[in-house]
Design a protein around this ligand. Structure first.
Ligand SMILES: *Cc1c(COP(=O)(O)O)cnc(C)c1O
Length: 373
């Protein structure tokens, strides 16, 4: 039996046609029609005026932070349960990440924890729509405007998600997306910043391209970056964007197969991706949590699945646990981290495969006896 991967991109004939077209056109770097098309279409998809394509999602966060004015002496509030890039980007901008706890049910930043973490040095908030579930944006925007803070959404995992009917990526002052190979759509490597603010747009474009003066070529007035996306990547992205609606629906269907097979076992302490009244999540990852798991039992479970040819991955570690950051008191993030695994979810996985995975999940849990009993 071949291994079932946790994730893989869906590359169709249109992707190949557009990338071939981009390569043969000679526009292989960051000028070219696919870049403009991709930026326009992605902005439209998010319901915002502007999208600025970048070389990856991490630099999209960094670029947005610098453009929003985060720097030395500033604190930026981030959730403790996220991919490390969220916090690293804050440090790269010269500011300090302040880790706060997450909601115990939906794993996104807890608005009450944000309020408690605000100091005179706080400059902004980065809510993360973790695993495709949208953070409570109305509440976060209210807190931010009350305290004069910027909001930068980390939407790297949530293309197409909505909160109260409004698209993720259109709530904050800006949002950063990733198009890494395992994200909802991919450009290989790639990212972008979305915004409605045309002044911020100018800053983003300028900083993305070495802060070159618009009036005087090769005259630089600040230390900028080369964070441009290539036309080749954008060609892939345009093809993926044409399919994004189908991708999101198919991921929902895949999650419903998991729910059908596993949720009858809810009494055994298992739970899947959160649901909420105002939230329209996308299923970036299938999230399986077990109330009784600690790191050791969870990791043993991952190993047992692997032996059956099924790939899975642990939830993110709380970022404040890493040696370069200082410990934060975030019990919900820690509890979620040790209880969670992501199970395979990708375009093309079959219902039969999902049933087999669920069968293996339940078998392993039963076999291990207490605390799995
Ligand atoms: C993937 C991801 C990023 C970084 O994106 P890259 O394109 O891999 O640099 C940032 N934040 C979160 C939450 C992510 O999942």
């Amino acid at each position: 039996m071949h291994d079932i991967p946790i994730s893989k991109p869906s590359i169709g004939s249109r992707e190949i046609a557009y990338v071939t077209d981009a390569v043969t056109s000679g526009w292989v770097s960051s000028l070219g029609g696919y870049i403009t098309q991709f930026e326009q279409k992605f902005a439209e998809f998010c319901g915002v005026k502007h999208a600025v394509a970048t070389s990856n999602g991490t630099v999209a966060l960094h670029l947005a932070l610098v453009a929003l004015g985060a720097g030395a002496g500033d604190e930026v509030i981030v959730p403790d349960l996220t991919f490390v890039a969220t916090a690293n980007a804050v440090v790269h901008a010269g500011a300090t990440p302040v880790f706060v706890d997450v909601d115990p049910v939906n794993f996104c930043i807890d608005p009450n924890a944000i309020v408690k973490a605000i100091t005179p040095r706080t400059k902004g908030i980065i809510p993360v729509h973790v695993y495709g579930y949208p953070a409570n944006m109305p509440e976060i925007m209210r807190i931010a405007s009350e305290h004069g803070l910027f909001v930068l959404e980390d939407a790297a995992e949530a293309h197409g998600a909505k909160f109260a009917g409004k698209a993720i990526g259109s709530w904050g002052d800006a949002a950063a997306f990733s198009f890494y190979g395992n994200k909802i759509i991919t450009t290989g490597e790639g990212g972008c910043v979305t915004t409605d603010d045309s002044e911020l747009l100018e800053r983003l474009l300028y900083l993305r391209d070495h802060a070159m003066s618009r009036e005087r070529r090769y005259w630089h007035t600040e230390i900028g970056f080369n964070y441009r996306m290539t036309n080749l990547q954008a060609a892939l992205g345009v093809a993926q964007l044409e399919r994004i609606g189908d991708f999101i629906l198919e991921r929902d269907t895949i999650l419903s197969w998991y729910r059908h097979c596993l949720e009858r076992s809810a009494s055994s302490g298992l739970s899947l991706n959160p649901v909420g009244a105002d939230a329209n999540p996308v299923c970036w990852m299938v999230c399986l949590s077990h109330a009784d798991w600690d790191y050791a039992t969870r990791d043993a479970f991952i190993l047992a699945l692997k032996r059956q040819g099924i790939d899975s991955r642990p939830f993110f570690h709380p970022v404040s646990d890493f040696p370069m950051y200082s410990q934060a008191c975030t019990p919900n993030a820690h509890r979620a981290a040790r209880r969670g695994v992501n199970l395979p979810c990708f375009i093309g996985i079959t219902e039969n495969e999902v049933e087999n995975i669920c069968g293996a999940v339940l078998r392993i849990i039963r076999m291990n006896g207490a605390p799995f009993a």
